[in-house]
Design a protein around this ligand. Structure first.
Ligand code: KG4
Ligand code: ZN
Length: 342
């Protein structure tokens, strides 16, 4: 089954064609980072306008690239269904993708699959792999941090989540203290790799009950340290401090996941979301869990993309009657307990 995935939940306009949920024929991502960078974060109204400018071109490009992958012409007529990120995200941005998907589905009489963006992040792990549920997934992105028990392709239970900042948000806010550009996560990751003394600084692992997380205290601890040090000291120790922050986030994840796999009796561990691209997090998990029990998406499928949405759409719809699907029909319940979007 060929699915066209469409993703516009935040600041990436993306489209992809994926075969049977696992084989990516094309994945086109147009990032708006440069347009938002001067403001230090995503401006929702600007994001929606930029999605409108790009969406048709990106969908066309995804079909074109899928044609090259298969060495035959793939048009929208060859697509079996269209999957679109339906929630959560910036409402104006989501609307652009959803309207594009609805229009194409209506014009070409194609089934439309409403897909949860977070389900998409989990499904990024099915791409180019033979992963099967059950597993424990740590989903850490710019807007969410969750531990999810995945019992089937589209059957999942949130065991815990952040009670304040998402992990990616904490990375971005702390990166700002280092005057790194938005989004700060990948820049902070690079800075931390320049560490010269791993033991010089350390931050206390936040103590939060059960499987929930809190990163706002850790973010404040870095700010307090900055206030305490002289400008020269802060500058000279930047890499060591960035390392200590990143190490604390990675250890927080590790501790919670360890308890989750033990309590749930599951040994497969899967990472997802933008923060799953972090070298410190990946490194700590690789050091502490057997290789055969660990699955990470490739770096390009950690951050927002439409291949993961096409994959999620496939797994949501594969046993359903496609002809009956409409936007209201499907969607996997992986939204945050505290999410207020859409
Ligand atoms: O999953 P994602 O692309 O978008 C959301 O759904 O939010 O995640 C974006 C987040 C940003 O906060 C970004 O700074 C963070 O993921 N991120 C990273 C890294 N790459 C992206 N954080 C830490 N280390 C990285 N290498
Ligand atoms: Zn995302």
């Amino acid at each position: 089954m060929l699915i066209l995935g469409i993703e516009t939940s935040c600041d990436e306009t993306a489209a992809a064609v994926v075969e049977d949920g696992r084989k990516v024929l094309s994945s086109i991502v147009h990032s708006q980072i440069k347009d938002h960078q001067e403001w230090g974060g995503v401006i929702p109204e600007l994001a929606s306008r930029l999605h409108i400018q790009q969406i048709t071109r990106i969908i066309d490009k995804a079909l074109e690239e899928a044609s090259s992958s298969l060495s035959k012409d793939i048009s929208i007529e060859d697509i079996d269904a269209i999957a679109v990120s339906n929630r959560p995200g910036l409402v104006g941005s989501l609307l652009v993708g959803v309207n594009a998907a609805k229009t194409l589905a209506w014009m070409h009489n194609k089934p439309l699959i409403a897909t949860n963006h977070l389900h998409g992040h989990v499904c990024a792990n099915f791409i180019d792999s033979d992963l099967e549920a059950p597993f424990i997934c740590l989903l850490a992105s710019g807007g969410h941090t969750q531990i999810i028990k995945v019992t089937d392709y589209a059957d999942m239970e949130i065991l815990g989540e952040t009670i304040d900042d998402a992990a990616g948000e904490a990375f971005d806010k702390v990166a700002r203290l280092f005057e790194l550009p938005y989004p700060g996560g990948p820049h902070l990751d690079k800075l931390a790799q320049q560490v010269t003394d791993k033991k010089k600084f350390s931050f206390t692992i936040p103590k939060v009950k059960g499987y929930d997380f809190s990163f706002s205290g850790l973010k404040t601890a870095v700010l307090r340290l900055k206030e305490k040090l002289s400008e020269e000291e802060w500058f000279a120790e930047k890499a060591n401090i960035a390392y200590a922050f990143q190490d604390c986030v990675a250890k927080t994840f590790y501790k919670k996941i360890l308890v989750a796999v033990e309590n749930e009796g599951l040994d497969q561990i899967v990472l997802a979301g933008g923060v799953a691209a972090n070298s410190g997090v990946r490194g700590l998990f690789k050091e502490n869990f057997p290789e055969e029990n660990l699955v990470f998406p490739s770096l390009r499928f950690c951050t927002d993309n439409a291949a993961m949405i096409a994959s999620a759409g496939y797994f949501l719809a594969k046993d359903k009657d496609l002809s009956k699907l409409s936007l209201e029909e499907l969607d996997c319940e992986v939204a945050s307990r505290t999410s207020t979007l859409v």
